[in-house]
Each structure stands twice: as C-alpha cells, then as structure tokens.
Design a protein around this ligand. Structure first.
Ligand code: ADP
Length: 270
C-alpha cells in the first residue's frame, strides 16, 4: 500500500510539473508574440517621423544656392537620419520575419546587372578608403528573385565587409551560376569570424564578443535578416574562412522562383 501511495504521489507531482511547464511555455510564447508586435509597432512609429525629417532635408540639399556651412550640417543630419532609418527598418524586418508576414515579390530579370548596380553603391566608399574592391559577374544571368530583398541581402553583406575590412584592405564580390543556383561570394580581408561563431552570428542581436564589432557598433540584426531572406528564396547563406584570414560569405539562391509562384511584372518590385 505504501509503495502504491508513493507511486501515486510521484505521478501527481509529475502531472503538476507537466502542467506548470505547459503554462510556462504558453506564457513564453505569449510574451514572444508581444515582443514581436511591440517591435513592429515601435519601428513603424519611428519610421514616419524619420521620413518627415529626411524629406525637407533632402529638399534643402538639392538647392544649389545653399550656404556651404549649412550644407555640411544638413549632410550630417541626412547621413545620420538615413542610418537610423536603416536600423529601424531592420527591426521592422525582423518583426515581420518572426511573425511570418514577409511577402515575396518575384520578378524575372538580369541578376548580373542587378548585382553590379547594387555593388556600385560602394564605389566611392572604396575609393575614399583606398580599398581594392573587385566585382566579378557574368555579362548576364537570368534569374527569378525578389529584387528588393536581394538588394537588402547584398547591401547587408557589403556594408559588413566595408565595416570590417580596414582602410587600404581588399573586398571581392563574385557572382557565378551552377546547377540551377546563383552563387554570390562576398570576401574581405578583415579580422574574420572565429569558426565557433560562424553559425551564431546569424542569430538576431548576436555579435562577436570582444572583437572589434562592439567598437563598430551595429544592431546585430543584419545577418539574421540576410539568412531569413535567403531562406525565403529557398536558398542559404554560410560563412567560410577567406584565404586572407578575413570573412567569406557564401550565398546560394535558386535561379528559379518556387514552383507555382506568380511572377510580377518588371519594375513592380523595386
Ligand atoms: P551588426 O553588423 O549590426 O553587428 P550583423 O548581424 O550584420 O550585425 O553581424 C553580426 C556580427 O557578425 C557582427 O557584429 C560581427 O561581429 C560579425 N561580422 C559580420 N560580418 C563580418 C565580417 N565581414 N567580418 C568580421 N565579422 C563580421
């Protein structure tokens, strides 16, 4: 009798523990949803005033008669407002991705051309910092991707490369295609990413501890977004060591949109 009583008591405790665990799990899920919703709301609320700051600033900067001192100040305002806008957009993207609300808009176009256009945004930065910046692509490459999201991926990878490659360093962007996949490699000769961290840096908010990242600032969201966007395309992204010891990001995207996808007309996406 004593033994069966102990067994009954143990069963009861187990049952209670299970119920408590289920309650905690439900609570965590609710909090997680609230957090995601909070990020989405706050990002949205922050973007509107930023747009209203950027509008008039841009208008004044376009005025050729603007006094030089005022122009310099307004350029600082514009640069920083843009940076803030990008960070806020990252937060909004993460919230959308976590809520599964990111919608894909595939178009068919020349991925080589698109890649060269995106890459060229960094030409003047490379020149100013004496970075050897080499972009190699085939003359054309027809692919079905979400052009805007492809741009977000590439801009994130390239800004990281430019953040970590020192002045006078080297950055390469290579686009190739094989086996129905486009392969994009972004390589820099900065400090690189320790092998143990090469998966973790794709987690939201994760940065390499103790490295130069804290010094470089950033939100730790860029790579999380890159991976999610690559996966939404049915592709992947991973890190390898560059021969120079720097970082080498390898992005692979299918050349064709998922079967059954409705392609959008050119120009609708961007
Ligand atoms: P952020 O750049 O805003 O910190 P990311 O998600 O883009 O966020 O990057 C996460 C971390 O990965 C960075 O903080 C840095 O530690 C590391 N990292 C990313 N790209 C590079 C790179 N090219 N070279 C070295 N470390 C990098």
């Amino acid at each position: 009798y004593a033994r069966s009583k102990t067994i009954a008591e143990n069963n009861l405790r187990l049952h209670q523990a299970n119920a408590e665990l289920a309650r905690l799990y439900e609570k965590t899920r609710e909090l997680d949803e609230l957090k995601t919703q909070f990020f989405a709301n706050i990002s949205h609320e922050l973007r509107t005033p930023l747009t209203l700051i950027l509008g008039p600033v841009g208008k004044h900067l376009a005025d050729p008669d603007l006094a030089p001192a005022l122009r310099r100040d307004l350029e600082v305002v514009e640069r920083n407002a843009r940076m803030l806008y990008r960070h806020v957009s990252d937060l909004l993207d993460v919230a959308k991705l976590e809520a599964g609300r990111m919608v894909m808009h595939y178009t068919e176009g020349d991925l080589a051309h698109l890649t060269r256009v995106i890459a060229s945004h960094f030409d003047s930065l490379a020149e100013g910092r004496c970075i050897r910046y080499v972009v190699t692509t085939p003359p054309t490459l027809t692919a079905q991707v979400d052009a805007e999201k492809y741009q977000r991926i590439l801009l994130n990878l390239l800004s990281n490369a430019f953040k970590f490659a020192g002045d006078g360093g080297a950055i390469q962007l290579r686009l190739t295609a094989a086996g129905g996949q486009a392969r994009i490699e972004v390589e820099d000769n900065g400090p690189g990413i320790p092998e143990a961290m090469r998966e973790q840096v794709f987690e939201p908010f994760r940065q390499v501890e103790g490295g130069s990242s804290r010094h470089h600032g950033g939100t730790g969201l860029g790579l999380a977004i890159v991976r999610e966007l690559a996966q939404l395309h049915g592709g992947s992204v991973r890190i390898d060591a560059a021969p120079s010891g720097g970082a080498l990001f390898i992005l692979e995207l299918p050349l064709l949109a998922p079967p059954g996808t409705q392609l959008q007309a050119q120009g609708e996406a961007l």
